[in-house]
Design a protein. Sequence first.
Length: 266
Amino acid sequence: MLRNRLIAAAVVVTVPVVLGMAVSAHAASLAPLKAGCTIGASDEGGKFSVQIDKGDCSGERPCGSNFSNESLSRFTGITLADLGREGAKLTATLTAEAGTFTSSGTVRSGELEGNAVFTPDEGFIDRMGRMGFSGYDSEKLMAYAFIVVDSKWVQSMQQTGVHGMTVDNLIALRIFKIDPDYVHSFVSMGYEMPDADKLIALKVQGVNGEEVRQIRGLGYKPTLEELIQIRIFKITPEFIRRMQERGLTNLTIAKLVQIRIFKLDE
């Protein structure tokens, strides 16, 4: 009996301690992220290129992040014209649902050089938590802010029925501009709902609904895996028609791939 009481007492004491440690770890991982920052003009007109250097790398480990082609409309406190004002003191701010990024410094040789801080937004973290996403750190949330991972888009993706979305692959899904319309383009043709990683693989290879419909119109019913192979080996509708004009009308996708690999069409 005494032993049971001692165990119960230990549990009562331990739980608050563990919870306190978890809260402290959470707070530390979501503390404002400070780094060196350079903002310059992108090669693409009307946009900025942002280089963030945390300065905590060792060996060959990456030191920071590079966000290119950030639209001018997303920043306040800086314009492209300002980058021509040598010695100007500027504070550039990018506000997103995931948090706020602020970089203050001096214009030197056409770039704003200085220090930046990213402050995560607790409200965003709570909204994402209610949708089943957790385990964030400030660096990941800063990436969300720059590539516009927001709760409305995440919710719209969940509503399609896509499975396998994680705090990590949400970044790739957003970078490759995968949205509900892209998901529905496959489901509407009778395919099973692709999971998140499959959608990324399809989009990376440039698989699009219009080309798939053309290929299916030529008598083929490629699987999602075959759609990826079709793009990798450039099995275009034009290529299939050319083979059919040569009398090769019963070729499978696998045979078409072999023809491409061994250059039998030349």
